[in-house]
Design a protein around this ligand. Structure first.
Ligand SMILES: Cc1cc2nc3c(=O)[nH]c(=O)nc-3n(C[C@H](O)[C@H](O)[C@H](O)COP(=O)(O)OP(=O)(O)OC[C@H]3O[C@@H](n4cnc5c(N)ncnc54)[C@H](O)[C@@H]3O)c2cc1C
Length: 404
């Protein structure tokens, strides 16, 4: 009998966890495994805010996919997926087409701009390594230009961060530490620099414990970060952003840098598959398959699962993406062996938001923590993700060991 082909799209947390587990549990005589990703490297999306702020080099954030896959078991194809035909069971990329018997869609997240005028064009977004590098270089360019100008435009030194959710707060934490370094490097007085967080919702970090949120806001404010909460961005222009402060009251913030970190959606390719979705996220069956398509699994940020305790979707996280990758591999093996699939149940170990390299807030194993202790835990979590995919070698090479 012909060996089935398992095609995995995306080498982020979900896709790599699927492949790394599949290669351990399936023989080359049982299935052909093909992994497609647009780059030949994986990047730690959860570290991108550090690369964007310039507190971590983009090189440290990524690693070669071939280092973590068994090349005798998995064929890696560097290609950009352009279309997914789930009826014809074929995927089109910029370098050719791939037929499959089983498909795993793990194409991750994209920024969501909610249709706000100008954001797509004038705001930067922490979407991938290249985008993070662009943000870092854009900010450095603004500082360098300011110090050269005869007639100085201080708005070059204003950075607006849209969104006070997880990504926005983690990015602000890095910026709070990075700004003094930039001031020193580019001869800029610190008081000339403004970093403003603009959030539409009435609160910072919705879903986090209020005491931890207070701590985070206090810490960030003490490092000069400003907050404008409950003031939605209504327009972005080349000069900055317009925010709504009241029924008929608006303010324009002139800013050399606008970074949009206020929401994610699934990969747009999902919307053209004909699979039912909400903002490119598919409400998957309990075993992670797409409704109506028994040969298609969806993991990570493209999958949507409802937490039955809260009746709300689980937030898209690397933690869940990796656990789904494990379960997806188990279920693929089960199907190939003619067994039944299992239900995916997330095992949530907590959530920690960093506030720079030396501070954090979070809950881990049911315990609230702040400061250096939380920051230590955060680095442990980061190192664990590396270990689960690439073992000790990768952890030693890319891990975070400035633990105190
Ligand atoms: C700054 C930041 C901080 C975060 N912090 C945390 C945190 O602390 N904890 C946590 O749990 N989560 C965190 N998250 C969320 C987490 O990063 C995501 O939930 C996670 O990356 C989702 O994993 P994934 O496998 O679905 O997708 P990704 O990790 O996004 O991987 C998708 C992969 O698909 C590839 N791809 C995309 N389109 C194509 C295409 N057309 N063709 C080929 N390849 C393609 C991409 O290059 C990428 O390799 C953070 C996110 C950000 C941005």
């Amino acid at each position: 009998m012909k060996r089935p082909t398992i095609l995995v799209l995306g080498a982020g947390y979900g896709g790599l966890a699927t492949v790394v587990n599949l290669q351990k549990s399936i023989g080359t005589d049982e299935a052909d495994i093909v992994l497609i990703n647009k780059n030949d490297y994986h990047y730690e999306s959860t570290w991108l805010h550090e690369a964007a702020a310039g507190t971590l080099s983009p090189e440290q954030v990524r690693y070669d996919i071939k280092h973590v896959i068994s090349q005798d078991k998995v064929k890696f194809v560097k290609a950009e997926v352009q279309a997914i035909d789930v009826k014809g069971k074929v995927v089109t990329t910029d370098v050719g087409t791939h037929a499959y018997d089983y498909l795993v869609i793990a194409l991750g997240f994209e920024g969501e701009t909610f249709g706000i005028t100008g954001l797509d064009k004038y705001a930067l977004s922490i979407a991938n390594v290249k985008a993070a590098r662009q943000i870092r270089e854009h900010i450095e360019y603004q500082f360098a230009t300011w110090s050269l100008e005869d007639e100085k435009d201080d708005s070059r030194l204003t950075i607006v961060v849209g969104g006070a959710g997880f990504t926005g707060i983690e990015f602000l934490g890095e910026l709070a530490n990075r700004v003094p370094e930039l001031c020193k490097e580019f001869d800029v007085p610190r008081e000339k620099v403004r970093v403003i967080c603009v959030e539409a919702a009435p609160m910072v970090l919705p879903g986090f414990d209020p005491e931890l949120v207070d701590y985070a806001v206090r810490q960030l404010k003490s490092k000069g970060i400003e907050f404008s909460i409950g003031t939605p961005v209504v327009e972005a222009t080349p000069e900055g952003v317009k925010i709504k402060k009241g029924e008929e009251e608006f303010e324009f913030i002139k800013a050399g840098t606008v970074v949009w970190a206020a929401g994610v959606r699934g990969n747009r390719l999902i919307e053209e598959t004909g699979i039912e979705n909400m903002r490119a996220r598919v409400k998957v069956e309990k075993d992670l398959r797409a409704p109506g398509f028994d040969d298609v699994f969806i993991v990570g940020d493209c999958a949507l699962m409802i937490n039955e305790e809260t009746n709300r979707p689980y937030p898209p996280t690397a933690q869940i993406a990796m656990q789904q990758g494990d379960m997806c591999a188990n279920n693929l093996v089960a199907l190939i062996k003619g067994q039944s699939t299992s239900e995916f149940v997330p095992d949530l170990k907590g959530s920690i938001a960093s506030l720079g390299d030396d501070d954090a807030i979070g809950v881990a194993f049911g315990k609230k923590m702040t400061g250096k202790k939380a920051s230590f835990m955060k680095k442990m979590v980061d190192n664990r993700a590396l270990f689960l995919i690439g073992g000790l070698g990768l952890t030693l090479k890319k891990g975070k060991f400035n633990l105190l």
